[in-house]
Design a protein around this ligand. Structure first.
Ligand code: MSP
Length: 463
């Protein structure tokens, strides 16, 4: 059986999930479901990133130990993904036993292969705890981390170094020839541009941070959180026959880690490389950066309460192109819900089901394939375009209802029209399965055998 292994980033447990995490996770689930429906053994891995200074700070602020706090927030993530019908094969936590073991084995291999220097030496840099990464002075904005608008802290300690610079030529070759497919194209160009400027060796250990995985070759140091976090994909993938990953889906802020540092680590232990890394854009909320201070953080539960499970999955992916930056607002999501789901799909299905019920229509067609255009768009991560394409089929069906006025017809004329309409609806429902798993299943069932009217698929919402 063909395999497809996709991953989401593992999310920091400093705080509960928000629409940013939801966006990546739903997209990854849509892709994985798509391949599964195409007959692949498709698996999705998600989970939480629990070590490092950022989590220690958050736990302290809540008067809890890092482990207690991580347990609590990891539960919240899992609950959110379950509530959104995310079909993950495993929810991995970096505090899981098997991960700690795999990370240590991986680090030991790096060390044995000479990819990590034998001895630590002084590392100095500007560190943003919220990003868990070093920034170059010239990349700061007025002295602040451009992502978190906070001053980075001066870091100066004895660290182990990973010889990242050794892989520059190899990485340029792998990425420019699409052996590792980095997308979208603009991001790939950025990565290649940066790679061509040269690579510096990086610090991969911490001397004064207990909340982390001890280096197997020097337990006085813990692993830099990003290094062990990346290994999570391998912790699941390798022993379960899923390695190499087909896709790492990430936000643009963490593309460098996934398309440069991670492949270099794999090259250093002679392991297979992920086939593709795709980065989505960043979004604002009503034109503003989403932040606790501004009080505009949207949580998955807020969305599910308003739009339902399938409604949420659909509206967030329909709002703007996946690879680009965009903006979310409840006005905008409400409008998509109403036009696409309540008035569009829901209304069409209700109208046609009623006509079928009234005339005792029996449906016996079966759709077994995705529309080639939907396949093409999904394989390019163009979720909003795939949805628009499907909505054009809905519009066509609506138009046919208006043109043929089936309520005025009977006998073979009516049957012919209903055949056509039901066939369009089945096509729509089949293609929507990755996006709207429950709704599609309902529709496919409703239009097999004797058709009966049912309660509305998408109740109207109060804006
Ligand atoms: N723990 C790391 C990932 C390690 S993967 C080996 C991490 N976690 S995170 O929780 O901060 O972010 C995870 C994802 O959420 C990233 O892909 C990031 O791009 C995404 N987003 C967080 N805020 C976002 C927006 N405002 N807009 C779009 N995506 C956002 O990074």
């Amino acid at each position: 059986m063909n395999k497809y292994f996709a991953t989401t980033p593992i999310y920091y447990v400093n705080d509960v999930p928000h629409i940013g995490h939801t966006y990546t996770t739903v997209a990854a689930d849509v892709i994985t479901r798509f391949w599964k429906l195409k007959g692949y053994d498709a698996r999705l891995l998600t989970g939480t990133d629990e070590h490092g200074a950022k989590i220690v700070e958050a736990a302290k602020a809540h008067g809890e130990s890092p482990q207690q706090y991580s347990d609590k927030i990891a539960r919240e993530f899992r609950k959110s993904w379950d509530s959104l019908n995310i079909d993950y094969v495993r929810f991995i936590r970096t505090t899981d036993e098997d991960h700690i073991k795999t990370a240590q084995e991986f680090l030991q291999k790096l060390y044995d292969n000479g990819a990590i220097d034998a001895k630590p030496r002084l590392y100095e840099g500007l560190y943003c705890v919220s990003c868990e990464k070093f920034w170059k002075l010239e990349d700061l904005k007025d002295g602040l981390c451009p992502d978190h608008l906070k001053p980075p802290i001066k870091h100066s300690e004895e660290n182990y170094y990973f010889n990242l610079s050794k892989y520059q030529a190899q990485l340029i070759d792998l990425i420019s020839t699409d052996k590792i497919k980095v997308g979208p194209q603009t991001r790939k160009n950025e990565i290649l541009g940066k790679l061509k400027l040269g690579l510096e060796d990086i610090s991969i250990s911490r001397a004064n941070l207990d909340w982390g995985i001890p280096l197997p070759f020097d337990p006085d140091h813990t692993s830099y959180v990003w290094i062990e976090a990346l290994i999570n994909y391998y912790t699941y993938g390798k022993p379960n026959g899923s390695w190499p990953a087909n896709l790492h889906l990430v936000g643009k802020d963490i593309l460098w880690f996934h398309s440069v540092i991670w492949p270099a680590m794999l090259l250093a232990i002679n392991e297979e490389l992920p086939k593709a890394v795709f980065a989505h854009g960043f979004f604002s909320i009503n034109g503003q950066k989403m932040s606790k201070t501004l009080g505009n953080v949207i949580k998955p539960a807020d969305l599910v309460e308003k739009y339902g499970v399938d409604g949420t999955r659909c509206v967030i992916l329909a709002a703007f192109p996946f690879g680009e930056d965009g903006d979310f607002s409840f006005d905008n999501l409400d409008a998509i819900y109403t036009s696409h789901l309540a008035n569009g799909l829901g209304n069409l299905v209700a109208r046609v089901a009623k006509l079928c019920e009234n005339s005792g229509f029996e449906a016996n067609e079966k759709v077994t394939h995705f529309d080639p255009e939907v396949e093409k768009l999904l394989s390019e991560f163009k979720f909003n375009e795939a949805l628009s394409w499907i909505w054009r089929i809905i519009q066509r069906a609506d138009q046919r209802v208006n043109e043929t006025q089936p309520w005025k017809l009977d006998g073979v004329d009516l049957k012919e029209v209903l055949d056509e309409l039901v066939s369009l609806i089945l096509d729509v429902a089949y293609n929507l399965q990755p996006f709207l798993p429950e709704t599609s299943e309902k529709i496919l069932k409703q239009f097999s055998g004797k058709v009966a009217a049912q309660s509305p698929l998408f109740p109207r919402i109060n804006s």
